[in-house]
Write a protein that binds this ligand. Structure first.
Ligand code: 76R
Length: 280
């Protein structure tokens, strides 16, 4: 964006979360054979989709009234997401699934610190802001960030294979008193540093996937957390509430919590049996 007030970010997977209610009652009215056939078909179709796409599909059984099933699609483009959506909707079992929520976003790596650094570097070089030479130098610095191997890995990593998933959309407040977007860059940078510091004390216990959704969906970010123990979500999110970035500026959408399972176990989900642990 090359605007000194706006942090640059790197974009990765296009992400579509889809939440469904499963009409178990109607499903159970099918004969055993019909259920087995549909379960086999849908498992195979999901496995094929998973194998065919340069992306990922993960499935989770959700808890509570909001939805029963969440599909998380990672793809390279909106077009691929559109195809995935249509393919899923035309499966036999989809007659029993009612879409109740969805979320469209793009995986994002925030570059608060790096953006500030890039502007400083160019200033030190004495280039006139937004001159042709400045733009070229800026874009070269941004390209370096894209080429950073660690960033590349994170932008295109698969859905983390952890047993539990917690998804929620959120905003940064734009109120009269507290307005994130009207806060000076240096203050936002400092708050994000502090946010990252708290986050890192949970390193190893949780995987965070942040996706940006400004202009794509009703909130500004989607937050996906993955852990082997659901209490990690409660502790981490509670601790973050005391952090300035959340305490003053965090606004949260609905929370979806569930149990990830491997696609091969889709029939087990349809049956309503206990889901085996996810295999790596
Ligand atoms: O990407 C990184 O790991 C570097 C540091 C970092 C950034 C840039 C980071 C670390 N986060 C970043 C950005 Mn986060 N995060 C949340 C929530 O519940 C709440 O209060 C907020 C929801 C949690 C729980 C969480 C956890 N983070 C963001 C952004 C984009 C904001 C922007 O650009 O303005 C949002 C909306 C957001 C929200 N964060 C971490 C975590 C954890 C656990 C980490 C450490 C990850 C690790 O090192 O393993």
């Amino acid at each position: 964006m090359r605007n000194p007030n706006v942090p640059e970010s790197l974009d990765g997977w296009h992400i579509l979360h889809r939440m469904f209610r499963f009409d178990r009652h109607r499903w159970e009215q099918l004969s055993g054979m019909q259920r087995d056939d549909l379960a086999r078909q849908s498992t195979q179709a999901l496995l094929q989709l998973h194998a065919a796409y340069d992306g990922d599909v993960s499935v989770a059984q959700l808890l509570g009234h909001k939805a029963d099933l969440m599909l998380t699609h990672y793809a390279r483009s909106f077009e691929q997401l559109a195809v995935l959506e249509t393919k899923i909707d035309s499966l036999g079992m989809s007659a029993f699934l009612r879409p109740v929520y969805s979320y469209l976003s793009v995986l994002e790596l925030g570059l608060y610190e790096a953006t500030a650094q890039m502007h400083k570097t160019l200033e030190a070089q004495g280039l006139e802001p937004h001159s042709e030479a400045w733009i070229q130098a800026f874009d070269a610095l941004l390209l370096e960030q894209t080429r950073e191997p660690r960033n590349g890995v994170r932008l295109w990593a698969k859905v983390p294979h952890r047993r539990y998933v917690c998804f929620y959309p959120m905003n940064k407040r734009r109120g009269e008193t507290y307005n994130w977007y009207a806060t000076p860059y240096e203050d936002r940078n400092r708050m994000m540093r502090e946010h990252g510091k708290i986050g890192r004390t949970y390193h190893g216990l949780v995987n965070q996937v942040i996706s940006g959704s400004t202009g794509f969906d009703e909130y500004e970010w989607g937050v996906d957390l993955y852990a082997d123990d659901p209490l990690v979500f409660k502790n981490l999110i509670y601790e973050m509430r005391f952090d300035e970035a959340s305490a003053r500026y965090g606004e949260f959408g609905p929370f979806y919590n569930g149990i990830q399972f491997s696609i091969a176990e889709f029939g087990t989900f349809l049956k309503g049996d206990v889901l085996p642990r996810l295999l790596d």
